[in-house]
Ligand binder design. Structure first.
Ligand code: ADP
Length: 445
């Protein structure tokens, strides 16, 4: 097992990884930008190294500075966290070349899943159901028209290098195809410097369902059930739940088995998430995230498995130590992502936290790096806390979420707590009756 792990991240996720390390008797090294010198992850780690100025590209994305920090502190392994360098194959390879262990999948799997066209082809090859569409990139307008006729309108044009929903355009009928293609290409070129496009059938009312998997280096793999992350605004998840109110036991079993079989066949190791759109009883692969997910705690709550601990264990070469039949699913969990932002306009609201009281009590978990007197910097994303609740039933968890949201106090910055309070009181949400477009209609922007 590792003796010292460098955590190449910040905020609540750096703290989350630190906590797992401490419980495993592993010492931690925090890295931070100048803007984060007073951050909680720096305060709690055994050692810390400043790796550059506030902008991410100069600090949390500065590969050479992170490798140097690992060298001077004598770390054995680097945990990349979420975002930043966590899905960067070049960084993973660099970490290994310098003699450290990358706590994540192999660089090959990172690049395979990082390219959306290749990811979809790989998924198909390993028996994962995909949205009908082009086999690979589409060469020109004529091919686009041919594929669209074949799969039927409406169709969605997507950028091969895509991310964050950029470079995506819908064509509802043949007359819209030419313009949608040129607009999507221009957007992709500007965002990613690559205008390669592929096409999919556009689904009108899907849910976003994702399967958490965990695999070791010895050919063992399990799934930890699904999460329903359909409540999104501009492709950003807002509130997630596990299990999904939309799946029945057979569907759950079927998709879990497909996911496990595929990761075993791929030879994948580490934690990962296979994301699907789910409509009219059918699953359609959209992508695989080759890292921990922000919403991983809800899977932990219903299985009792510490995913970060397991991720570190398998990275060290240890076998999983449990199989699918050892995993039991208990109760229901929700996660409210609390952002420092205006609850109506969604504009970021960085600044000084003048008071902070985390909710508590039975079945409540708050993952946050906040403290009173902390200044939320404007340089990074606005997630400041995750309120996670667990209950024996969905209803119990829902009542607990309402109670915990009432209890939570964050003063000094605006937060989206009022939005979460509206959500947990909304009849459609209470009934579990929502798809990926529901939230944008609900909030109106
Ligand atoms: P990105 O990597 O840009 O986030 P994804 O492929 O993950 O792109 O898709 C982002 C979002 O776009 C999905 O979560 C879903 O909301 C929507 N989407 C993607 N593919 C389709 C599709 N075929 N039909 C309808 N909506 C889709």
């Amino acid at each position: 097992m590792f003796e010292k792990v460098l955590i190449a991240n910040r905020g609540e996720i750096a703290l989350r990884i630190h906590r797992a390390c401490r419980e495993m008797g592993i010492r931690t090294v925090a890295v931070h930008s100048t803007a984060d010198a007073d951050a909680m992850h720096v305060r709690l780690a055994d050692e810390s190294v400043c790796i550059g100025p506030a902008p991410s590209r100069d600090s949390y994305l500065n590969m050479a500075a992170i490798i140097s920090a690992a060298t001077i502190t004598g770390a054995d392994a680097i945990h990349p966290g979420i975002g930043f360098l966590s899905e960067n194959a070049k960084f993973a390879a660099m970490v290994e070349e310098h003699g450290f262990t990358f706590i994540g999948p192999s660089p090959e799997h990172l690049s395979q899943m990082g390219d959306k066209v290749e990811a979809k082809a790989t998924a198909k090859r390993f028996g994962i159901p995909c949205v009908p569409g082009s086999d690979g990139a589409i060469a020109d307008e004529a091919e686009a028209a041919r594929v669209a006729e074949e799969i039927g309108y409406p169709v969605l044009l997507k950028a091969a290098a895509g991310g964050g929903g950029k470079g995506m355009k819908v064509a509802n009928h043949a007359g819209e195809l030419k313009e949608a293609l040129s607009m999507a290409k221009a957007e992709a070129k500007a965002a990613f410097g690559n205008d390669a496009m592929y096409m999919e059938k556009y689904l009108g009312h899907p849910r976003h369902i994702e399967i958490q998997i965990l695999a070791d280096n010895h050919g063992n793999a399990v799934h930890l059930g699904e999460r329903d992350c359909s409540l999104q605004r501009r492709h950003q998840k807002v509130l997630e739940e596990a299990p999904s109110p939309a799946l029945n036991a057979d569907q759950r079993k079927e998709i879990g088995e497909i996911a496990v079989k595929a990761v075993k066949a791929m030879g994948y190791r580490s934690v990962g998430t296979i994301e699907f759109l789910f409509q009219d009883g059918k699953f359609y692969f959209i992508e695989m995230n080759t890292r921990l997910q922000i919403e991983h705690p809800i899977s932990e709550m219903i299985t009792g498995i510490d995913l970060v601990r397991e991720q570190i264990r398998v990275a060290s070469g240890a076998p999983l130590g449990f199989g699918q039949s050892d995993i039991t699913f208990t109760g229901h969990a929700f996660e409210c992502r609390i952002n420092a932002e205006d609850p109506v306009t969604f504009m970021p609201s960085p600044g000084l936290i003048t008071d902070f009281h985390a909710a508590g009590g039975l079945g409540v978990r708050v993952d946050s790096a906040l403290y009173a007197g902390y200044k939320v910097p404007s340089n990074y994303d606005s997630l400041i806390a995750k309120l996670v609740v667990h209950g024996k039933s969905r209803n119990e968890a829902l009542m607990r979420a309402r109670r915990a949201l009432e209890e939570m106090v964050i003063l000094g910055v605006k937060t989206n707590i009022p939005l979460h309070q509206r959500l947990v009181a909304a009849p459609d949400f209470i009934n579990g009756d929502y798809d990926i477009r529901w939230l944008e209609k609900f909030v109106g922007i």
